[in-house]
Ligand binder design. Structure first.
Ligand SMILES: Cc1ncc(C[n+]2csc(CCOP(=O)(O)OP(=O)(O)O)c2C)c(N)n1
Ligand SMILES: [Mg+2]
Length: 694
């Protein structure tokens, strides 16, 4: 364990650090003076972290104390930001990927003068409603660029931010020029997602991405040597990064590495060797300082060791003043940027502002209606994945901010339109990203792109691999970000690839995520409408579950109104006023319900067909609206090529579900539908049985 050297008492250093003309004349004395001033500023972070965790009786003091020197150098000398405008579009991004170290961010925000981050908020660390929750939450605390906590996600978000920056710089030039900095811990780099993220970043040569690695050799179980022996510098280099090692407590070395990163033609890793809990004489350097209050004795000993004499939550005014001065550094850069923006060609400026603001252009609704009109004139029997491609052909023209992609299934997901150029290190203006076989990294990068703003990310993979994206989708939902996942091959309907590729529980599992809209359109018209709804969902992600197999066009005639917006609607009314049976279905099974209705009609039983393209929209509608769509038929039947879970909210526990109860099988899809009983006959038989007419 590296024990920190004892530092001089704050009062002594302050006397020396005050502007002294004689000392400034001498470079060595000047360096000493700078170092002392630096130590005081870094110790302010350490003290606040210790005090807040102590007061909350929970939290993670080790990371903020260990990384205080890195953060002090970065925030006082490199990072471009302005606390007066935390959302300034051209600010540098700082992502605390190791979200457990949240007190590092909160201490910085307080010290730098972010208005809302008062000392009271620091005192209320981890309390209900405070701006200082256990892990940083985007949209809750101004300045937090992304919600972090699940290790690895922040790093992968940062890759997306850096992609968005390069892309927008290619589109808009001088008003986009910023760097994305990340602080990542051992845990971040152990997570598998980090490999996907760094490989993609290296491949795309994202030179404005800088990862500061808090290389403290400690994780929760103890020394990282218990479970890890990766040479991270070699690992990053092999992925196409510049990578170096520095002493993470040497401000000059950290600054030199950050300076070098500025001129690198690749993304940069700076492995900063640090001591976790730096300053705590007994628990520092060990896992004991990772995730628990240090305790009053250790805090007192750390204060003494660091020479910090101020009482809890008090920062000496001169140290605070130095931090506030650092917070004001970015103002001229922001004002200069505003001038550059104002000097842009007015049309270009308006477009930039529209994209950054996330508003959809007027051309959007026109494109949607144009498509629906064409389809009413010339109906199409195509797979909904093909319907999605057709939709994208029109929408990506109307919305040039759409940046698509696929995790190596481009031809299967149909997410690349004819006009879309691939994005590459040589040309960031492309709007299609070949993510490689990296679903998790893709989904997390998409979150970063959406958080960055100015682009609307969408992508593709198979629905069964939504499991590989799930942690990132959950965070998109938590953060309320508009990212759109096209997930094709959405059931046993994919056929011969068999049960490994056939989603069964995935619709239910995705529907379980709050604030995620899961769309399963039944035909080409519903696909257009679901795309419209996904793009209009500015405060949450969407999944479009789409078929591999062809679907008849069930929606005929032109209706400007988006019927899918209700979540469910009566596609075909009963033949008389009192339906005996309501048939509910989604996606490819709606056509089966339509056939079942005909079979029931032949038996003089009146049934209605309700298409349910989006549970979330239906279940969030008012009680009245929901009741009206669900109806009052004696018998409710649902049909979906997935498991029953979730359907009781619509058909009730007395309703009958025709679907899957286990995994699928490998065979041509029509055989599978027969084999698993997903047929109009079975649906009709189930209805008859429930009516007592079998
Ligand atoms: C995906 C995920 N798994 C597990 C955890 C729980 N956890 C929080 S921090 C941590 C590891 C701590 O080690 P490190 O990342 O090196 O942070 P340090 O202790 O050095 O601050 C773990 C396992 C988590 N936050 N996210
Ligand atoms: Mg560690």
């Amino acid at each position: 364990m590296t024990k920190p050297d004892r530092l001089p008492a704050a009062s002594v250093v302050l006397a020396q650090a005050a502007p002294v003309s004689a000392a400034s004349a001498n470079p060595a004395a000047r360096a000493d003076q700078d170092r002392m001033a630096h130590d005081l500023m870094a110790n302010a972070i350490r003290a606040l972290a210790m005090d807040a965790v102590e007061q909350a009786k929970s939290g993670h003091p080790g990371l903020p104390m260990g990384a205080a020197d890195i953060a002090t150098v970065l925030f006082t000398r490199f990072l471009k930001f302005d606390p007066a405008d935390p959302a300034w579009p051209d600010r540098d991004r700082f992502v605390l990927s190791a979200g457990h170290g949240s007190m590092l961010l909160y201490a910085l925000f307080y010290l730098l003068g972010y208005e809302k981050m008062t000392i009271n908020e620091i005192k209320r660390f981890r309390q209900l409603g405070s701006l200082t929750p256990g892990h940083p939450e985007h949209g809750h605390t101004p300045g937090v660029e992304t919600t972090t906590g699940p290790l690895g996600q922040g790093l992968a978000n940062a890759v997306g931010m850096a992609i968005a920056e390069r892309h927008l710089a290619a589109m808009f030039g001088e008003v986009v020029d910023h760097t994305t900095y990340v602080l990542a811990s051992d845990g971040d780099l152990m997570e598998g997602i980090s490999q996907e993220a760094i490989a993609l970043a290296g491949h795309l040569q994202l030179k404005k991405l800088v990862v500061l690695y808090d290389d403290n050799h400690i994780s929760i179980d103890g020394p990282t040597s218990l479970s890890d022996s990766v040479d991270q510098v070699a690992r990053f280099k092999s992925a196409g990064w510049s990578a170096s090692r520095v002493d993470g407590h040497d401000p000059a070395a950290i600054a030199a590495a950050l300076e070098a990163a500025k001129t690198s033609d690749r993304p940069s890793l700076i492995a900063c060797r640090t001591t976790i809990g730096f300053g705590a004489p007994n628990k520092g350097g060990t896992e004991k300082s990772h995730g628990a209050a240090l305790g009053p004795d250790e805090v007192a000993a750390a204060r003494q060791n660091l020479g910090w004499t101020s009482p809890p939550f008090e920062i000496p005014s001169d140290i605070r003043a130095q931090w506030r001065a650092a917070g004001e550094r970015g103002r001229p850069a922001r004002l200069a940027w505003e001038k550059r923006l104002a000097a842009l060609d007015p049309a270009k400026r308006a477009e930039f502002e529209r994209r950054i603001g996330g508003a959809l252009p007027g051309a959007f609704t026109a494109a949607v209606n144009g498509l629906k009109q064409k389809l009413s004139a010339a109906p199409k029997e195509i797979a909904t994945r093909a319907a999605s491609e057709l939709t994208l052909e029109a929408l990506t023209v109307a919305l040039p901010e759409m940046v698509g992609g696929s995790a190596d299934l481009t031809g299967s997901n149909n997410t690349r339109t004819k006009a879309m150029k691939a994005m590459s290190a040589a040309d960031y203006s492309g709007t299609f990203i070949h993510y490689g076989v990296r679903e998790h990294g893709m989904a997390a990068a998409m979150n970063g792109m959406a958080l960055h703003g100015g682009v609307i990310p969408f992508s593709g993979t198979f629905l069964v691999f939504s499991d590989y994206c799930r942690p990132a989708i959950r965070l998109a939902a938590l953060m309320g970000q508009r990212v759109i996942h096209v997930m094709t091959h959405d059931s046993i309907g994919l056929g011969e690839d068999g049960p490994t590729h056939q989603p069964v529980e995935h619709l239910a599992a995705l529907r379980a995520i709050p604030n995620l809209k899961v769309f399963r359109p039944c035909d080409v018209v519903e696909t257009v409408e679901c795309w419209q709804l996904a793009l209009e969902s500015k405060t949450g992600p969407s999944v479009l579950a789409l078929t591999r197999q062809n679907m008849p066009q069930l929606r005929q005639g032109f209706d400007e109104h988006n019927r899918c917006a209700a979540g469910a609607y009566e596609l075909i009314a009963a033949d008389d006023d009192a339906a005996a049976v309501s048939l509910f279905a989604t996606g490819s099974e709606v056509a089966i319900a339509v056939e079942a209705k005909k079979l029931l009609a032949a038996r003089k039983i009146s049934a209605r067909v309700v298409s349910v393209p989006c549970f979330e929209l239906l279940l969030s509608a008012s009680e009245d609206k929901r009741a009206a769509v669900i109806g009052k038929a004696r018998v409710n039947i649902a049909v979906e090529a997935g498991i029953r879970q979730g359907w009781d909210a619509i058909i009730g526990s007395a309703g009958t579900f025709v679907g899957m109860t286990g995994f699928g099988a490998s065979a041509p899809y029509k055989n599978l539908y027969q084999h698993f009983g997903l047929t109009a006959e079975k649906v009709a038989t189930a209805a008859l049985a429930q009516l007592g007419k079998s």
